[in-house]
Design a binder for this molecule. Structure first.
Ligand code: SF4
Ligand code: SF4
Length: 65
């Protein structure tokens, strides 16, 4: 799966990282332009479960095959 994060919407809350079964391998939270945003480090760990989508309150995540 390819994981896209809309950095304009992302608040860096970390819910995606916390909910994802492989969260620490896939997501990191980084400072960018004075804000914290989620970054996809390694999408190859993604299982396609879509838990991250269900917890993102900002609708900032998109998954594509
Ligand atoms: S859950 Fe959504 S808003 Fe929160 S860090 Fe992840 S992508 Fe950003
Ligand atoms: S779809 Fe599942 S495994 Fe993939 S990034 Fe989201 S929560 Fe993690």
């Amino acid at each position: 799966m390819k994981i896209y994060i809309d950095e304009k919407k992302c608040t860096g809350c970390g819910a995606c990282r916390a909910a994802c079964p492989k969260g620490p391998r896939i997501y990191s939270l980084e400072k960018k332009g004075g804000r914290t945003v989620a970054i996809v480090k390694d999408p190859s760990w993604c299982l396609g479960c879509r838990l991250c989508l269900s917890v993102c309150m900002e609708d900032a995540l998109t998954l594509k095959d």
